[in-house]
Write a protein that binds this ligand. Structure first.
Ligand code: MF3
Ligand code: CO
Ligand code: CO
Length: 274
């Protein structure tokens, strides 16, 4: 088994899919307020994909081995939910932190991205966790170039999270993506520099660290999907889909409303190819 190298045609398709996924997050941003239910956010995203984009929500009925079919179009992970929160009838309260994770399919290609949102005014703790997690994602992305190793990405993410007093979730990771939602490689968010697979131009994978304010252990809910922190501490996540270019990287899940990279990230990676 090995990591696929995308063709120029694949890369063109993945740029479109990535942009559409990011544009769903732009669209939903003003709706994330106290009083809205996560089911309503899901409905709005689903209608935007179907009616405006003519894209397909990849999570709906997604059913990896050992799972039941995922019942909604997006994942909404609130406060101590680490990932795969199922949208439901509970309304967001002032201060709630929610990760919305969107994966769309357009012309057979997947774009996968998530952001943190806050209903009303977040606590200083929740905001700091979200900000550090965002920096973790970008530090990981900034390591991407031909000849680098996947362990380089995990290492910088883990260092930054643990320096802040946080922990890195081990059970879920980034992944290769293309015509398939989850493919090789696994992109761990912890590790050692110089270890694991060597990167080559044309690879496409996600970087999507899940960082807990407390301990890293998880607990699985009875719905078969929702993952929470075992100690009930807050958890945050950000995700981009990224192409390895000849000179560095190109983030594919870009849109007008996407937050800019942290100031310490040099724009050098953004070399256009194909
Ligand atoms: N979007 C998630 C990821 O980043 C996967 C969600 S699978 C679902 O890989 F079925 F829960 F939606
Ligand atoms: Co993903
Ligand atoms: Co995702």
């Amino acid at each position: 088994m090995s990591i696929s190298i995308k063709s120029d045609e694949d890369i063109r398709g993945m740029r479109i899919a990535g942009r559409l996924a990011a544009e769903v997050l732009d669209y939903i941003t003003p709706f994330v307020k106290p009083g809205v239910t996560t089911a309503e956010l899901d409905r709005l995203c689903h209608e935007y994909m179907t009616n405006v984009q003519d894209s397909i929500p990849a999570p709906l009925n997604y059913c990896p081995p050992g799972y039941t079919p995922y019942p909604k179009a997006v994942c909404t992970s609130v406060n101590d939910v680490i990932c795969h929160g199922i949208p439901g009838d509970k309304a967001l309260k002032n201060g709630d932190a929610v990760n919305i994770d969107v994966t769309i399919i357009k012309d057979g290609y997947h774009g996968d991205t998530s952001r943190m949102f806050y209903a009303g005014q977040p606590s200083i703790l929740a905001k700091r966790l979200g900000d550090i997690t965002y920096e973790c994602m970008w530090l990981g992305i900034s390591k991407i170039r031909p000849g680098a190793h996947l362990g380089d990405i995990g290492y910088v993410i883990q260092q930054h999270a643990e320096k802040a007093g946080y922990s890195v979730v081990r059970e879920f990771c980034g992944h290769g993506i293309g015509k398939v939602f989850h493919e090789e490689p696994q992109v761990l968010h912890y590790g050692r520099p110089g270890t694991l697979e060597k990167l080559e131009a044309g690879m496409i994978f996600t970087v999507e660290p899940m960082i807990n304010a407390g301990r890293r252990e998880i607990r699985e809910m009875g719905d078969g999907w929702t993952i929470r922190t075992k100690d009930r501490s807050l958890s945050a996540q950000w995700e981009h889909t990224v192409l390895v270019t000849e000179t560095g990287y190109e983030v594919l899940t870009v849109s007008p409303g996407m937050p800019p990279p942290p100031a310490f990230i040099k724009p050098a990676g953004q070399t256009e190819t194909a």
